[in-house]
Design a binder for this molecule. Structure first.
Ligand SMILES: [Zn+2]
Length: 731
């Protein structure tokens, strides 16, 4: 049986423990805070709370494990109940959105699809339809849940806008902020917050809501919401999200700082694109203080809708950031002085059940003006100042309040360097000198983005065995601190285990995803390749491989010939001694032919091979210590779309670029090779090309012969030809 799995995962996270020592570093302006309002305020406060079990009906077909699971909202509801929060709030009934209200945001075709998708007539087609979208699953409960989620945000927003409530929280799913006018994506079917905003503006003018601030603090960019209001100055859309040079989901330029809106909406779209993971409370506070709050003051919104995803929360398995419940409480509290405190929170992402429950609890207490104590101790990243200055510069023409330089003293104080990537200095074959690797640079992704071949990751298959394993590996929650003093401690607890969150480890997730690994060098000989899986070495190798943690053999082996050039670069390798090693030119050439032996393995194993190929098993870095995948589902999605991606985490390795070579049986064919800049250096002669040593040559020949591709003589001629060609223009 095959089941579908969806794309989504944190980009390779970094070794957070390396700088956890900085936890004791206290930012002077971030001190513990108490909120104790006058008693009569409490009496007057009316905070709405909406939860409906029917939104749990949307779940994966056949019960596959998925981060966006019904337990997310149950965990929040249970936590709030355990603290008696509903008793202090106005509990509202869920309502289904009306089509005419949804139609302010979505196309009629899209509405029709979501309306009918759960009906019987779609039973046989539902899976196929879901697989056409990016990261979407659908079942018999999806339609109802989608209508309830959108309608419930409308319900809370209307009551807050009217003044029946001071503020409110809609605990809804499926989430909404990725859903575009004509497309479901990223676990989102209808764009709940955009629909509620459009409802207030277009359906209820009598409520006097003319200007809406949408604050999207989900760790992913709110691409759908941005698109809906991109030219509309009635909505100021603010999104703070991981961007990682455009590689973090949903990937591309939409979440970039320069996407500021257009037409009448120019200046009303604000993106804060984090350059890397691990951003925490202090980074978010700085963005609030130096971008969002000054602009909100100038904009003076009539109501604030928060796209409240909690996947930037500490311990989230997808987000890789470190916002504590206290951090969220401060972010929310800073918004409460606008719009007479009219704030509507709508749940978006957030996949660590304990973290999201604690974070929503913290926010509920803020809305209720109850005490929430905390402190933040980690300093701001230097890159955060860079992002803030870039965004301020971009927007200062629209928001004069930003047209002042931030004081140098602020920029220089209390910042920390960007988080370290996995550090390694050599590849399978050792580098000749450090200076050389330091010159390696990342190729322009646009250069390698040829045709836009999209393989939705929902098509990736998990077989039954792996599915069982996935279930078996489900672990107990970690994380999330409800008290601030625990936060730093939690971070230390978390970091080494950051992969074991929310019931998932990256290994358990990726062990269920199959890919084809295309080999063109010594790995074409299966016994040599198996060293990377089972560990050990074959004749001619001077060092042993550690093997993958999953030692199961490839499920299948196939051969292909591709229009890429095989070349032999470097002149010495640690594993093989004197002589060059094989690379595949990432560029295709019309007259080029390279043989590929392609193994069907899991994405977990592919990561372990990638790790070993780049000799990440240096010093104390071990496979067991590989806290994050080098290539997760999100990165895979990007590679598949863009054909090639140099991995920042592997930039000093020899096989740092992952290439997508097409599909076989619906699964992506991937290989790893040198970067485009290395090819340039081969061409210029800065790095020698060199014939392979005899033992290395033998492995290629053995592979080609045993794979029945060539005779021994033909194989020798093929390798010699590739090694001897000096026509670099064809490299
Ligand atoms: Zn998210």
């Amino acid at each position: 049986m095959h089941i579908h799995f969806l794309s989504w995962s944190a980009k390779a996270q970094t070794l957070s423990r390396l700088f956890l020592g900085l936890c004791s570093f206290r930012s002077p302006d971030l001190s513990p805070r108490l909120m104790a309002p006058p008693p009569d305020d409490i009496r007057r406060l009316r905070v709405g709370l909406l939860y409906d079990e029917r939104m749990c009906l949307h779940t994966t077909p056949d019960g596959e494990i998925h981060p966006e699971c019904p337990d997310r909202i149950r965990a929040i509801w249970n936590k709030l109940n355990s603290e008696g929060i509903p008793q202090r709030c106005i509990v509202l009934d869920a309502k289904k959105a009306k089509d005419k209200h949804i139609a302010h945001v979505h196309t009629l075709n899209h509405i029709k699809l979501i309306k009918n998708i759960s009906s019987k007539e779609f039973d046989s087609r539902r899976q196929r339809i879901a697989s056409k979208f990016n990261s979407i699953y659908l079942n018999q409960g999806s339609s109802e849940a989608a209508y309830l989620a959108a309608g419930s945000v409308i319900e809370v927003a209307e009551k807050v806008a009217k003044g029946d409530l001071n503020s409110g929280i809609a605990i809804v799913r499926p989430p909404g902020h990725h859903a575009e006018p004509d497309e479901a994506m990223g676990f989102c079917l209808f764009n709940n917050v955009a629909i509620a905003a459009s409802f207030l503006l277009n359906e209820k003018p009598e409520l006097g809501i003319r200007k809406i601030l949408i604050v999207d603090w989900d760790v992913h960019h709110g691409n759908g919401t941005q698109k809906v209001f991109y030219d509309d100055p009635r909505v100021l859309f603010f999104s703070v999200h991981r961007f990682d040079s455009g590689s973090f989901y949903p990937a591309g330029d939409d979440g970039a700082y320069f996407m500021i809106g257009e037409g009448a909406g120019a200046g009303y779209n604000i993106n804060i694109p984090w350059e890397h993971g691990q951003c925490g409370d202090a980074d978010y506070f700085a963005v609030w203080d130096h971008v969002l709050i000054p602009i909100a003051e100038a904009y003076n919104p009539d109501i604030i809708l928060v796209s409240a995803g909690f996947d930037a929360a500490i311990g989230d398995p997808l987000g890789g950031c470190c916002v504590t419940p206290y951090g969220y409480s401060v972010l929310l509290e800073k918004l409460m002085r606008f719009a007479q405190g009219k704030i509507v929170m709508a749940l978006e992402g957030g996949y660590n059940l304990k973290s999201i429950a604690n974070s929503v609890l913290a926010c509920a207490k803020v809305l209720l003006h109850e005490e929430y104590v905390g402190s933040t101790q980690t300093p701001i990243f230097e890159s955060t100042w860079h992002v803030i200055e870039t965004v301020r510069h971009e927007l200062k023409g629209y928001w004069p309040v930003l047209n002042v330089e931030l004081p140098q003293s602020l920029l220089l104080s209390n910042s920390r360097p960007r988080p370290p990537e996995v550090i390694y200095s050599s590849s399978e074959s050792d580098v000749e000198n450090d200076e050389e690797v330091s010159t390696a640079h990342i190729i322009n992704n646009e250069e390698s983005a040829e045709d836009n071949l999209i393989l939705p990751l929902s098509k990736l298959k998990i077989d039954e065995d792996n599915h069982e394993k996935l279930h078996a590996s489900k672990q107990v929650q970690i994380v999330g601190s409800s008290t601030p003093s625990e936060a730093c401690h939690d971070a230390q607890e978390l970091a080494p285990n950051n992969t074991a969150l929310c019931g998932f480890t990256w290994r358990s997730l990726l062990s269920g995803v199959e890919v084809w690994y295309a080999t063109y060098g010594s790995n074409m000989w299966k016994p040599r390749f198996l060293c990377y899986i089972e560990g050990g070495k074959v004749d001619g190798m001077s060092t042993r491989c550690c093997g993958s943690l999953d030692k199961s053999s490839p499920k299948q082996t196939i051969w292909k010939v591709v229009p890429h050039r095989l070349l032999f670069g470097r002149s010495y390798t640690r594993t093989w001694g004197e002589g060059g090693v094989a690379f595949l030119n990432p560029e295709r050439g019309t007259s080029d032919r390279a043989y590929l032996c392609i193994y069907r393995i899991t994405l977990e194993q592919f990561n372990d091979v990638l790790f070993q190929e780049n000799s990440l098993h240096q010093e104390d870095a071990t496979l067991q210590g590989l806290e994050s995948p080098l290539l997760d589902l999100g990165i895979l999605d990007y590679v598949v779309k863009n054909k090639s991606l140099p991995l920042e985490t592997l930039k000093n390795g020899w096989y740092s670029t992952v290439l997508f070579l097409g599909k076989e049986d619906e699964l992506p064919i991937l290989t790893m090779t040198c970067s485009a800049s290395d090819v340039e250096r081969f061409k210029s002669g800065k790095v020698p090309t060199s014939a392979p040593s005899e033992p290395y040559m033998n492995t290629l020949v053995n592979g080609l012969v045993e794979g029945k591709q060539l005779t021994k003589e033909e194989a020798i001629a093929y390798v010699n030809d590739a090694a001897s060609r000096r026509d670099y223009k064809y490299i």
